[in-house]
Design a protein around this ligand. Structure first.
Ligand SMILES: [Zn+2]
Ligand SMILES: [Zn+2]
Ligand SMILES: [Zn+2]
Length: 248
């Protein structure tokens, strides 16, 4: 029996060693090939951060477009209006503006973007929005960072409560009475997978989100860990419950 095992190892160990050796050879070859392209890659990288060379907006031909979005595919330079129009269905993209010699992060909310709830979200805003409550500045947390958004709730007759309107748009409210913070379902799913596969604690996950939002000053990001953690857990407990019927 031991003899048979010994014979098996006799074949297995050289096989493992040759596999590892091939793997290392592959990595070394890859690095050698990369070094041949290093200078040109560096030049391309620097060119990506250079001043806009296009003189007109990629969508409307307006002169001097100053905005780009790295979350959108392609190298497009846009004017402010086209940037907002093209992001009606992408409120969690992170556009940048060319300012004084470099691209800087800019908030869609600061540019005038309004986050509509009700009326399918991406359709025209609620016709009854000239109400006493007005729009609300909310903090929204997605898996790529923390965002401020000017939210317009639906105030039509028979409209659902604010927290339910958020929920049916896949946003989990941090409170149920006049919520000012919400977490996207994508974020909660992302946390669940991180926790299962990478053993990430809620605290580490939260710190990662703050770094995504502002890597230089993560402490400036305005979301409390306690609220984030509670929402994550409540969402997980809902997974096996029956859906609530109703119109939103
Ligand atoms: Zn334009
Ligand atoms: Zn975008
Ligand atoms: Zn409405």
């Amino acid at each position: 029996m031991w003899q048979r095992k010994g014979k098996l190892w006799y074949f297995f160990v050289p096989y493992c060693l040759s596999t590892c050796s091939n793997c290392l050879k592959g990595q070394n070859n890859y690095l050698k090939q990369f070094l041949a392209h290093e200078t040109s890659y560096l030049a391309h990288l620097l060119n990506l951060e250079m001043a806009p060379t296009l003189s007109s907006c990629s969508l409307c031909s307006q002169q001097d477009p100053m905005f780009r979005c790295l979350d959108c595919y392609g190298q497009h330079l846009l004017c402010k209006d086209c940037l907002i129009k093209s992001h009606v269905q992408h409120p969690f993209h992170r556009p940048q503006q060319w300012k004084e010699g470099s691209f800087e992060k800019v908030s869609l909310c600061d540019l005038g973007y309004v986050f509509n709830l009700g009326h399918s979200g991406s359709g025209p805003p609620c016709p009854e929005n000239d109400n006493l409550f007005g729009d609300r500045l909310m903090t929204m947390v997605h898996f790529n960072g923390v965002f401020e958004h000017c939210v317009r709730f639906c105030r039509c007759k028979g409209a659902s409560s604010d927290h339910e309107q958020l929920f049916v748009h896949r946003l989990f409210p941090s409170t149920f009475d006049r919520p000012e913070t919400a977490f996207t379902f994508d974020l909660l799913d992302c946390y669940e997978i991180d926790a299962v596969e990478c053993k990430t604690s809620a605290q580490s996950f939260f710190h990662k989100l703050r770094r995504f939002t502002n890597n230089a000053f993560p402490d400036d990001v305005p979301v409390g860990l306690a609220i984030c953690f509670i929402s994550l857990n409540i969402k997980l407990t809902l997974i096996n419950k029956e859906p609530i019927s109703g119109t939103y």
